[in-house]
Write a protein that binds this ligand. Structure first.
Ligand code: ADE
Length: 294
């Protein structure tokens, strides 16, 4: 039953799932929704309204780390607009240990602690309600495939994501074999846990969702979207400490501006990221010589 029908009418995607916390907006201001805010959990089932809204669930032992990130800038606005709903779930809540332990020492010895299977399996199973039956399970790990703009696009096409964040020295291998997650790394370095990696994934994916960016804003011209880096941007004043805005940008000649930007993007990519330049060349080969917008 809806307990705040008026609020619900205005912002139809406000929900309280009864599992973890769902972020949304009930009065125009984003806030964490408590279970008393909007009660639409009935008979253990949560009814969400707003087909097309992506549902992202984050499973972590540090849900608080996400609060400021979700309450800021584009993510906050996307939540307010109902473009995405984000559930935060504390893996500790699924531990049956009296101290809510989620880790243990490695068999065979060695340093550090390993995330144990049971709280993780139980958390994933509890979060995977009927509505999330198709949610794509991602495990954040330095051992995964590298997260790129292409992967962000791929993930943005999913109906839902479940992001599993690890801590300690890593996961019990049976979490991999049993849950078969899509393993993703945000780069060749080791973070203290998967939380910051999950934030990177959420940010890059959400800004690609239709309606996430403001009117007229587009991701089409950004770095990596066309296989290379972005062109240089300038704004007022036309001269600052002797540094001038290139004439062409002040010319009003749209075709010339477009050409200049393409050239600059190509030069910059070749100089700074020759690896991407090669990819661009490969791509254009496979496009029968059609000119690309990079
Ligand atoms: N956890 C620790 N390091 C990571 C990385 N580079 N990518 C994803 N998850 C991680």
């Amino acid at each position: 039953m809806l307990t705040s029908a008026g609020v619900f009418d205005i912002f139809p995607r406000l929900v309280c799932a009864g599992i973890g916390c769902i972020y949304g907006c009930s009065t125009g201001r984003l806030r964490r929704l408590s279970h008393n805010d909007i009660g639409i959990t009935k008979g253990g089932k949560t009814r969400f309204i707003g087909v097309g809204t992506m549902l992202i669930d984050i499973l972590t032992i540090f849900p608080k780390m996400f609060e400021d990130v979700l309450n800021t800038s584009i993510l906050k606005i996307a939540l307010q607009k109902g473009v995405v709903r984000i559930g935060l779930h504390n893996i500790r809540d699924y531990s049956t240990d009296k101290h809510r332990k989620t880790d243990d020492a490695p068999y065979g010895g060695g340093p550090g602690m390993i995330m144990t299977c049971d709280p993780v399996f139980r958390a994933v199973e509890a979060v995977r309600t009927a509505e999330r039956k198709d949610s794509h399970l991602v495990l954040l790990t330095p051992q995964g495939r590298t997260f790129t703009q292409k992967v962000a696009r791929e993930l943005s096409q999913k109906s839902g994501l479940m992001l599993l964040c690890g801590r300690y020295e890593g996961f019990d291998e049976r979490i991999r074999t049993g849950l078969k997650p899509d393993e993703i790394s945000v780069g060749d370095y080791v973070l203290s846990g998967g939380e910051i990696a999950a934030m990177i994934v959420v940010d890059a994916v959400v800004r690609l969702l239709p309606g996430a960016l403001g009117c007229g804003a587009s991701t089409a011209d950004e770095s990596f979207e066309n296989g290379g880096l972005d062109y240089p941007h300038y704004t007022s004043p036309t001269e600052y400490r002797g540094m001038k805005v290139p004439e062409v940008l002040l010319s009003g000649h749209h075709a010339e501006i477009e050409k200049w930007r393409r050239e600059q993007a190509r030069k910059r990519t070749r100089k700074r990221r020759p690896d991407l330049s090669d990819e661009q060349a490969d791509d254009s080969d496979t496009q029968n010589g059609e000119e690309r917008r990079d």
